[in-house]
Design a protein around this ligand. Structure first.
Ligand code: HEM
Length: 344
């Protein structure tokens, strides 16, 4: 593994920086109306239903956490070909119609230019601002993935222990601070179905009046939902951290963030502010880079193993990005591509 990393570092010097795709105003030259079209659709949708901020935030998280921010969550299942969308954790993800409407309008003015992954990122950014959250610039240039496999969906469940959650975020290159900011920022809006926090209803430590209220709501049929942040459910702010400290978080993992020694200090830090969410959003952007680096590392490993570049790799990676990058890489560094027959 060490040698692969070293090889990868070497390749960094050989490979021009064309791979650092994300940049500010990426669509300036190719589709300058991208921002205004997205913000119009998001503002109209928000006026009709302010809960779309929660819908988009969750959609972005569920997309980015699984194979990077590549819109693979948006790919519809087909008969015999389930996709990420078909899985349990994504069953209640909503807001797809907003992305569809934006894509439809963008295709009418700039066909084939703006990726769905960028639409999700920009729409979520706009929706955060409309819900009282920070206003910030984000880089664009994400590419849409072609792969959407239910087996890739490794999203954490509501009762995941804090330590396991730290591990799950770490795999994505996000640290404990990022995790607490993202979970709290995300769960500062939106709702959760009663079936997903039954354990909290029987938790004697939970704030009594909230417990009684939730029991009452959840006694209704058809699995009703309640707000994740009981204080300011439509505002992207830090109120939920106060709720966590008062044993008033609804979801188990949210409550445990305030109780676990690894995260309680971060929760109680009063200076948590919107600015931090902006920073963390930038770290979410780095998920792209992490994916790219994985791809680069795989390519480095192949090139190392194959002692050069094969024209057609005999290895099935189930990942188109790797092959595309491998071909690009071989051309760029001037390795004479070898066919399988000429393999040494
Ligand atoms: C350990 C991490 C996380 C777990 C276990 C988790 C789990 C959940 C669960 C179980 C729900 C309720 C779903 C339902 O009732 O159908 C939910 C809702 C939600 N989550 Fe998370 N989540 C996590 C992290 C995040 C992050 C990082 C974000 C965004 C940055 C986020 C944003 C949301 C939002 C906005 C909702 C409400 C959605 C709506 O109202 O439609 N979550 N989450």
């Amino acid at each position: 593994m060490k040698s692969t990393t070293a090889l990868f570092l070497l390749f960094c010097f050989l490979v021009p920086s064309a791979l650092a795709q994300l940049k500010f105003a990426f669509y300036g030259p190719s589709c300058h109306r991208t921002g205004s079209i997205i913000s119009t659709v998001v503002a109209d949708s928000f006026r009709r239903d302010p809960s779309i901020t929660a819908a988009l935030l969750r959609m972005q998280f569920h997309d980015c956490f699984v194979t990077g921010c590549d819109a693979s969550l948006l790919i519809d299942p087909r008969p015999g070909r389930p996709s990420e969308k078909s899985t349990g954790p994504n069953a209640s993800v909503r807001g797809y119609e907003i992305i569809d409407e934006i894509k439809r309008r963008l295709e009418a003015v700039c066909p084939g230019i703006v990726s769905c992954a960028d639409i999700v990122a920009l729409a979520t950014r706009d929706a955060i601002k409309l819900a009282g959250g920070p206003s910030f610039l984000i880089k664009t240039g994400r590419r849409d993935g072609l792969r959407s496999n239910p087996a890739d969906v490794n999203l954490p469940g509501p009762t995941i222990p804090v330590s396991a959650s730290i591990g799950a975020f770490a795999v994505k290159g996000l640290n404990v601070d990022d995790m607490v900011t993202l979970i709290g920022g995300g769960h500062s809006v939106g709702s959760i179905h009663c079936s997903l926090f039954q354990d909290r209803l029987n938790d004697p430590a939970m704030d009594r009046s909230l417990n009684a209220q939730l029991r009452n709501t959840c006694s209704a049929p058809n699995d009703p939902s309640v707000f994740l942040d009981q204080r300011t459910p439509f505002v992207v702010d830090n109120a939920i951290y106060g709720e966590m400290q008062r044993q008033r978080a609804v979801m188990r993992i949210d409550q445990n963030l305030a109780l676990d020694g690894a995260t309680s200090g971060i929760v109680s830090r009063s200076e948590w502010a919107v600015a931090k969410m902006v920073q963390t959003n930038r770290r979410m952007e780095a998920l792209e880079d992490a994916i790219d680096n994985q791809t680069k590392e795989l390519v480095a490993a192949i090139a190392e193993r194959e002692n050069g570049c094969l024209k057609e790799s005999s290895i099935d990676f189930g990942n188109l990005n790797v092959l595309t990058y491998l071909h690009w890489f071989c051309e760029t560094v001037g390795f004479a591509p070898k066919t399988k027959e000429h393999r040494e």
